[in-house]
Design a binder for this molecule. Structure first.
Ligand code: SAH
Length: 190
């Protein structure tokens, strides 16, 4: 019935992104979303995946190989530099981006996304995003430092101009232990 967090994040992407477009996986992690995004854009589209951790890059590359994905480029760099890795054509066809915030499960809990770089990345992506493209943030915030990132991100998305962006909040308000929630940002006008 009601879509879970992962299902709903995929739903937003599927609604906004078309075959042949460029998409960004801003936090590859274990690579599951990278594989998902590669299917959404199809063989004529392209996924750019970013992570700063070797383990995440390796896991993602293994996951791409296992799924025979050929339309993805994985880059070990901060997502705050994401747009600088794309060509003008790729930026023009930018349909969406996904961020899974927090730490990589099963890895170093000290390596977490940080609001300064997350917000820089979102800003850069929003500048180039196509009309009706979407940026999906899956906000995990139960870990040390998670509260600060959540607060800063909420402050940032609250002030986005409603003429230019629709900002959606989706989450389960009766779940215990800081459950993740989604912020979806749709660009209304280019
Ligand atoms: N909490 C989520 C998974 C988040 S994984 C879950 O439970 O499913 C977050 C990933 O972001 C990690 O692999 C981490 O290495 C990566 N990361 C952290 N800072 C980053 C940055 N500035 N740029 C790109 N990736 C980053």
């Amino acid at each position: 019935m009601i879509k879970g967090i992962l299902q709903f994040s995929h739903h937003l992407i599927e609604e906004a992104v078309n075959k042949g477009e460029t998409v960004i996986d801003a936090t590859c992690g274990n690579g599951h979303d990278t594989v998902f995004l590669s299917k959404v854009v199809g063989e004529n589209g392209h996924v750019f995946g970013f992570d700063i951790q070797d383990q995440a890059i390796q896991h993602t590359q293994q996951e791409l190989a296992r799924n025979k994905v050929t339309n993805a480029t994985i880059i070990k760099d901060s997502h705050s530099n994401a747009i600088h890795h794309l060509t003008v054509d790729q930026l023009t066809s930018l349909g969406g981006a996904v961020f899974n915030l927090g730490y990589l499960p099963g890895s170093d809990k000290g390596i977490v996304t940080k609001s300064e770089t997350t917000i820089l990345a979102i800003e850069g992506i929003l500048t180039h995003l196509k009309e009706n493209g979407v940026v999906v943030l899956v906000v995990y915030h139960g870990h040390a430092g998670g509260d600060t990132e959540k607060r800063n991100i909420m402050e940032y998305v609250h002030q986005l101009d409603q003429k230019q962006y629709s900002v959606l909040y989706y989450g389960f308000i009766n779940q215990k232990n800081s459950p993740p929630f989604i912020i979806g940002i749709e660009k209304k006008t280019k």
